[in-house]
Structure formats: structure tokens, C-alpha cells
Ligand binder design. Sequence first.
Ligand SMILES: Nc1c(C(=O)O)ncn1[C@@H]1O[C@H](COP(=O)(O)O)[C@@H](O)[C@H]1O
Length: 173
Amino acid sequence: MDKPLIGIVMGSDSDVERLKGAFDVLKELEVPFEVTIASAHRTPKDVANYAKTANDRGIKVIIAAAGLSAALPGVLAAHTTLPVIGLPLEVGPLKGMDALLAMAQMPPGIPVATVGIGQAVNAALLAVQILSLQDSSCSKKTTQYREKASKKVSTARDTLTELPKAPPEAFLG
Ligand SMILES: Nc1c(C(=O)O)ncn1[C@@H]1O[C@H](COP(=O)(O)O)[C@@H](O)[C@H]1O
């Protein structure tokens, strides 16, 4: 297996299921990744060390996923110059709004590229797009993924048999 290029850090083992979409996309696109659990609140030294060693180990992008008061992505970002993608998870009474705001509203100087609540697939795709800056195969993989998604839409359109649907020429540029 190739060396991991994407590091995925979750705040807790209770988050694993919510990351499934990201794991599936990266497996489908055959982009090597590694997964770990570390918490800025519970294991702060591990978070700092992970971020500090990531670049030298060959990691190019970090995805940090957490629910509740999510300091994790910001703390990782504080300890590395690698891009950090924040994935807020729908956990607890505020259903991810707390995590979203904590990730998106970083103080100037330490950005976290935050995707929507629970948008694990987008976090993975964004990571692959960042990799494509250096690796054209990742760009091709992104294009192929989009073509597949686009076919799904046109197939769904064809199933609109009971409704007055727009004619095919409506989509000819
Ligand atoms: N937000 C954070 C951080 C952190 O930001 O460092 N560490 C754990 N957590 C989150 O706490 C939630 C509950 O965790 P537990 O289920 O372990 O109590 C999880 O969604 C985790 O990501």
C-alpha cells in the first residue's frame, strides 16, 4: 500500500461511523490515507505531535473531524502549515452547529477549511482536490467522480415519467 497522503483525525471513537462517507470515497478513488483518534481536550500533546510530524511523514492534507466544542482542527492547524480541513459532526444538543462555528470562525492567521455539518464526502473530495495541485492523477480521479455523479442526475431525470418534464433540448448548450 502506498504511503498515506491524507491524515484523518477524529476527536473520539464515537465519531467513526460519521466518517464512513470519507473513507468510502478515498477507497474508491484509491487515494492512500491514515486514520487516528486524538483530542485537543483529552490528549492535547498527541494532537500537537501528530500535526508536527505529519509533514515529514509525507502527509499533505489533514482532515479533522469532531463534534461538540471542536478545538481539534484549529489546534492541529496551529501546529502545522499543512492545510487542515475541518469536518463538523452532528453530535449533541446543538447538532453540529457548535462544531461548525468553532471550525469556521477561526481567528485570523490560522485558517481551517471547513465543510458543512456531516459532509464527510466533501471533506474527502476537497482533500483529493488539494492533492491534485501536485499530482495530476488526483485531478483525473476528481473528474471521473464528477462524471459518475453527473450520470446519476441524468438517469434520475429519465425516471420522471409521470410528470411534465423539461425536454432534452433544454439542456443543450
Ligand atoms: N470536539 C472534540 C474534541 C476536540 O475538539 O479536541 N475531542 C473530542 N471531541 C468530540 O466530543 C464528542 C463526544 O466524544 P465522546 O463520545 O468520546 O464523549 C465527539 O464528537 C468528539 O469528536
